[in-house]
Design a protein. Structure first.
Length: 270
């Protein structure tokens, strides 16, 4: 597949190429069910060291899940590991009362984290799509987040071989949606912003960032096909599955070729 005008595609990682949210949910659920040996379960640690029942353990896990959904992390001021240990510490104390137990909270966090990483996988059909797409364009992984956390995810899902470059926001001066990180990506690949496409699930970071940086196109991955707020950034294209991307790029390419043949160049609204 050769593409006219597109030389590079930038992909977001979390909830775009890998289902991080689902992996986190499964990690919590496995701590409560029989998906793990007892020695690897949060519930077992809580029962042994805090003498709590399974119902209380479930309540603790539910509280942690809620804290993760509300989480705001500034890597410049807070270590992600310390923050997430605090989630467990607070959840244990809110559920059981008594003195804070930092060591137990840390044990619970690392058990949950190991289980989540085990569930972070790059699906076989996604691997195939990236392999084929890379024959036509250069591919770059662009992910926001804490350096250690994101590098661990990248290692866990073994996605490095599918990309020409990987950029982690926590390793840069600015993260998405700042134009600087997108321009850094362009420099790494030796391409211009107008030759690049950004694909991601976040309107606020992936789409707004691509627009800020003047990329050729932004593609919003909207798995549930929800209606965005009126104030949200407007992507150039919307897909419900990342596997729909090659067909979309081909459609874009056909449109460009048609316009070249007729001498008509499309406006930004076409």
């Amino acid at each position: 597949m050769g593409l006219q005008g597109v030389k590079a595609v930038f992909f977001d990682l979390d909830n775009t190429l890998v289902d991080t949210a689902a992996a986190g949910r499964r990690a919590i659920e496995e701590q409560l069910l029989n998906g793990l040996p007892r020695s690897l379960k949060v519930v077992s640690a809580l029962q042994a060291k805090q003498h709590c029942g399974e119902g209380e353990a479930r309540a603790i896990c539910d509280r942690v899940r809620a804290k993760l959904l509300r989480e705001c992390h500034d890597p410049a001021t807070t270590c992600i590991t310390e923050l997430r240990i605090s989630h467990w510490e607070e959840a244990i104390q809110e559920t059981l009362g008594g003195q804070a137990n930092r060591s137990l909270a840390a044990e619970c966090y690392f058990l949950w984290k190991a289980t989540r990483l085990r569930h972070l996988t790059l699906a076989e059909d996604t691997r195939g799509m990236l392999t084929e797409l890379r024959k036509a364009v250069r591919l770059l992984l662009l992910t926001n987040g804490d350096r250690q956390t994101q590098r661990e995810k990248i290692e866990a899902c073994a996605c490095q071989p599918y990309f020409d470059a990987i950029v982690v926001g926590g390793e840069q001066k600015e993260e998405k949606p700042a134009p600087s990180i997108f321009h850094h990506c362009c420099d790494l690949l030796g391409v211009q912003p107008a030759e690049c496409v950004m694909v991601g699930d976040s309107l606020d970071t992936d789409i707004q960032g691509g627009l800020n940086a003047g990329l050729k196109a932004t593609v919003w991955l909207n798995k549930t096909m929800t209606t965005p707020l009126d104030t949200a950034p407007v992507p150039h294209y919307v897909i419900s599955s990342v596997l729909d991307l090659p067909a979309l790029l081909q459609k874009m390419d056909n449109k460009i070729n048609t316009n070249l043949e007729t001498g008509h160049m499309p406006s930004s609204n076409e």
